[in-house]
Design a protein around this ligand. Structure first.
Ligand SMILES: C[S@@+](CC[C@H](N)C(=O)[O-])C[C@H]1O[C@@H](n2cnc3c(N)ncnc32)[C@H](O)[C@@H]1O
Length: 452
């Protein structure tokens, strides 16, 4: 397979002759200047009755005002390491939960949708740390518009990947088109110097593939290895383009290393010589962390069989996506933001990975689902059919270190269904936190006594 060699010429807005072209823009009626968006009045919020005074924040509000308020908060602005958002996809539909409660409307389409999301993205760019990353999840309706919009906001140099995700099993009912099983995640970073923990699929999870790829065994050491070329495309005039071991590199190629380094590798036994005298480099399995993750994600379908655990919120995403993204683009202690947080997939995954988090959603059903998930986990998909979701909850990872904010002066009564009694409890999270605080204070007192 022939692929182009990545070159230095990367700027699409400069011709080969160096003439600057105006950056590509998406124009549509109603597009606001960036300055106007940055002047969006900040919303005002106060902790709700369900709030427990924790560090992390969950806002029940429209995210535009929240983002504008966060942009003025010195503890947050410029400090968010990672943003993942999964907004409405411009489907012109209304979404309901498994229990048929109205969750949210997705009625904005066309230019109205583009401007709605662009305004939020301009503010998100402000909130990101200089080494921060944005992942925007969309489908084929709007992903390509936002490739252009995000180039405008982050600059072309901020573009990293256009990830294709297989979202579901094959659809056999599409007769006159190809089945649609993909959606897309656009990955941008605020600068070229960004936080990145390179994700790999570990060999220990890919035993069969490992033995197939690393099919040779070194007779002396017993180490598994594969053979790869020792030359690379491109002509060089220096030592790597010259003679090594009495031979020149193949036409149009050069040695990957200086001849002196190749001699060292040969002396160590790291070069394989074919019966016809062709050298190949040995790559050992034990030196490889795994297969670096590529930009097609096939193994992260949303709920696709009866054993998967879900909350029942519509369009809820597979937590494995969030685990991969959060591990790749943040470290423990970093702030992760999802301002279309839905059932709280990003938030609970961030909490499990010891990140701080901020979630926002304007849907009451989303907030109730998130609070329920924080306290009780999620249920096996099959159990929604039998209407007994309580019996098979995931081993709970309780999230209680957060404050729930609502719009100032809005009366609220967030009820969380109790999984065991099926009654609703308004403040069980608070009770739990109070008990924890009490235990900690008691422990401190005991420690003081011991020391004095
Ligand atoms: C596709 S769902 C997100 C699902 C989420 N990723 C999950 O795993 O559950 C989109 C969410 O965006 C929320 N939303 C839409 N417009 C919003 C706005 N202006 N402010 C805050 N939330 C909004 C909806 O209520 C909905 O919960």
């Amino acid at each position: 397979m022939a692929t182009g060699i990545p070159g230095k010429f990367k700027n699409n807005n400069v011709t080969q002759r160096g003439t600057a072209l105006p950056p590509l823009r998406l124009e549509y009626p109603g597009k606001k200047p960036v300055t106007e968006i940055l002047e969006t009045p900040p919303g005002q919020y106060s902790p709700s009755n369900t709030s427990c005074g924790g560090t992390n924040r969950l806002y029940h509000a429209d995210n535009l005002g929240v983002l504008a308020a966060l942009a003025q908060d010195v503890t947050i602005a410029g400090k968010v390491r990672l943003v993942y958002i999964d907004p409405p996809f411009a489907t012109a539909s209304a979404f309901h939960s498994r229990e048929q409660n109205h969750a949210y409307d997705d009625h904005r389409v066309g230019a109205e949708f583009v401007e709605f999301l662009r305004e939020r993205l301009v503010l998100i760019h402000r909130l990101l740390a200089d080494d921060g990353s944005l992942y925007l999840h969309l489908d084929e309706r709007m992903a390509f518009h936002f490739r252009v919009i995000l180039d405008e906001i982050f600059g072309e140099q901020g573009y990293r990947n256009f990830i294709t995700r297989k979202k579901c099993n094959p659809k056999n009912y599409t007769r006159k088109t190809y089945g649609n099983v993909a959606d897309y995640i656009l990955f941008y970073t605020k600068s070229n110097d960004y936080m990145w923990n390179r994700p790999v699929d570990k060999w220990c999870d890919l035993q069969a593939k490992a033995s197939k790829e690393y099919q040779y065994i070194d007779k002396k050491t017993g180490r598994r290895y594969m053979k790869v070329p020792i030359h690379a495309p491109g002509i060089r005039n220096g030592a790597t383009g010259g003679i090594w071991h009495g031979m020149m590199p193949p036409p149009g190629k050069h040695w990957q290393y200086l001849p002196s380094k190749l001699d060292e590798m040969d002396a160590r036994g790291d070069i394989y010589w074919s019966p016809t005298g062709n050298p190949r480099r040995k790559i050992y399995l034990e030196d490889s962390a795994g297969i670096p993750v590529q930009d097609i994600w096939m193994d992260m379908r949303d709920a696709h069989n009866q054993n998967i655990h879900i909350t029942g919120y519509p369009t809820e995403k597979n937590p494995d996506i969030l685990t991969r993204i959060i591990k790749a683009s943040s470290n423990p202690g970093d702030i992760v933001l999802d301002c279309f947080s839905g059932s709280g997939t990003t938030l609970i995954t961030a909490a499990q990975l010891n990140r701080r988090w901020i979630g926002v959603d304007c849907s009451e059903e989303a907030i109730k689902t998130t609070l329920h998930r924080f306290e009780h986990g999620s249920a096996r998909m099959g159990d929604f059919v039998n209407n007994h979701p309580q019996e098979t909850l995931l081993p709970s990872f309780k999230v209680s270190d957060f404050t729930l904010f609502t719009k100032k002066n809005k009366s609220d009564s967030y009820t969380v269904a109790d999984a065991n009694t099926n009654k609703t409890t308004t403040a069980s999270l608070c009770r739990e936190r109070k008990a924890l605080r009490f235990q900690q204070q008691a422990k401190k007192k005991r420690q003081v006594y011991v020391h004095s």
